[in-house]
Write a protein that binds this ligand. Structure first.
Ligand code: NI
Length: 495
């Protein structure tokens, strides 16, 4: 304002000629504008650098300590940060492998960011790790714990088993290479889980058996030392929520004949498998008393009550395979649950309407199928609410259940969704193999009473497997219910 007066008065008093006065005024106004934008620019510049400084200041409050350990392969790192409403303490190994460090760092950043994005007031995150060592391998098992007030803790594991000689991460497939061997390991794990306090009740209620697919997430967290192989299970995997985690230790002597150590890997596989086959035969004979028990128990429940199963279809709907699936369900007079993706509901509202009209259950499977653990609270809300909106607009109904994409969820995500989160226990892997025979066989092999079967209605190959899968299950005495009906039946039967 000061500058403006100065220029104006200068213009008025120094010039008499009218037109040149007009020209001078235009120049003056342009100068004023230039001057004002310069001030605005400087202000914006200063405020943005100030903001950056603030951000740097908060990041620099991360306090990092690195200590030597007795071992030459790794050092102990400790990262901590604390403010009034959030705090974390992250302990992790800093190894001499660049590759492994990158993987560990990435995992830690992920957990940290998820916590920061979704944390509630007065909460804390702690990450700790266990170390196991074999001749050439190190297993680091990171465990994550989120505390909210004093009420709730959640614990999840993340494993890195690393071959130091070849500088590679090992998967369970490297340790237990064949399905037969896995099957044997599974028997042992199952038996041990059923004996432990944390998981015992869960097994009793769910009649659940470990899936033996090697890509099963349940098998991801294992560690090796010289005598043992240790399996870690997240909260809720094989325990009831709030019963904590489970850990199964298998002695190498128990698995000796089946465990292929890193050095044995080069041996002709056929021989090992032959031995394994024999061993697991005798092993399953030994297990028979238990098997008999469960068989008669199953018979008893079968005669008492009818067996039920929930068919679930994800990622649709579309105008082709979903429609075919609906007609097969109708033929069998069966009700199923569709976990609808919001953008598909937006694209195909008439099919959503048809699903609802035929009395199947509607579920929310997010708008764009992201891994919700990577999103901020606000974006998670948006994924859920926009999907609810499109489903409601198409069908007149609100979804009653929720399924997180990839089964990737935690307590805070479930809280945001405000709908019961529904996972599955029979994974047909229909999206992966796109083979009707495999889908059928998977269902045939893995379905139990109260199973929730995961399929995807967007594949014609899934529709092609459905009719005979349903016919088979009906012959086994199953009837088909929605997941909400299944939850009620389960709740009633555990009373
Ligand atoms: Ni999905």
């Amino acid at each position: 304002m000061v500058g403006l007066n100065y220029y104006c008065s200068k213009g008025v008093f120094q010039l008499n000629h009218k037109s040149s006065m007009k020209r001078k005024m235009i120049i003056d106004i342009s100068l004023i504008c230039l001057f004002l934008s310069l001030i605005a620019f400087i202000y914006l510049y200063i405020s943005s650098t100030h903001k950056k400084e603030l951000e740097n200041a908060s990041a620099s409050k991360d306090h990092l300590i690195i200590k030597e350990t007795e071992d030459t392969f790794y050092k102990h790192a400790e990262l901590s940060y604390k403010t009034d409403d959030l705090s974390y303490k992250i302990q992790y190994p800093k190894t001499s492998s660049k590759k492994l460090n990158t993987d560990i760092q990435k995992a830690i950043n992920n957990m940290k960011q998820t916590y920061i994005d979704t944390h509630s007031k007065d909460s804390s995150l702690s990450i700790d790790y266990d170390v196991y060592k074999n001749e050439k391998t190190y297993s680091f098992v990171l465990s994550q714990k989120v505390k909210e007030g004093i009420v709730f803790t959640e614990k999840n594991f993340l494993n890195f088993t690393f071959d130091t000689e070849n500088d590679v991460n090992l998967s369970l497939k490297d340790i237990i290479p064949t399905n037969k061997e896995l099957k044997y390991a599974q028997l042992l794990i199952n038996k041990k889980l059923q004996q432990q306090d944390a998981s015992k009740k869960y097994f009793k209620e769910q009649h659940k058996e470990l899936q033996i697919d090697t890509d099963s997430r349940h098998f991801n967290n294992f560690a090796l030392d010289q005598q043992r192989i240790i399996f870690y299970f997240n909260t809720g995997d094989f325990t009831r929520p709030y019963n904590g985690t489970a850990k199964v230790i298998i002695e190498r002597t128990e698995l000796n004949q089946v465990l292929a150590t890193a050095t044995k890997k080069e041996q002709p596989i056929k021989k090992t498998t032959a031995i394994v086959a024999k061993k697991s035969n005798t092993a399953s004979k030994k297990e028979q008393p238990i098997k008999k028990g469960t068989a008669t128990a199953a018979k008893k429940t079968a005669t008492k009550k009818q067996k039920v199963v929930a068919l679930t279809f994800d990622d649709g709907p579309n105008t082709t395979s979903t429609v075919k699936i609906l007609s097969i369900l109708k033929k069998h007079n069966a009700k199923a649950t569709f976990f609808i993706v919001g953008n598909q509901a937006k694209a195909n509202p008439s099919i959503v309407k048809k699903i609802a009209a035929e009395q199947h259950e509607l579920g929310n499977h997010t708008f764009a199928h992201p891994d919700l653990k990577n999103l901020s609270t606000k974006n998670i809300q948006l994924q859920i609410s926009s999907t609810n909106k499109y489903i409601k607009a198409a069908s007149g109904q609100n979804p009653t259940v929720f399924r997180p994409p990839y089964g990737s969820t935690n307590a805070s995500i479930n809280k945001i969704a405000q709908l019961p989160a529904v996972l599955w226990d029979v994974d047909t892997l229909d999206w992966q193999h796109r083979n009707p025979n495999k889908t059928f066989n998977n269902i045939k092999k893995n379905t139990r009473n109260h199973s929730i079967i995961l399929m995807h209605d967007i594949h014609m190959t899934t529709a092609d497997a459905l009719d005979r899968s349903m016919t088979y299950l009906e012959k086994q005495g199953y009837s088909f219910v929605t997941v909400s009906q299944l939850r009620k039946i389960k709740a009633a039967s555990s009373k």
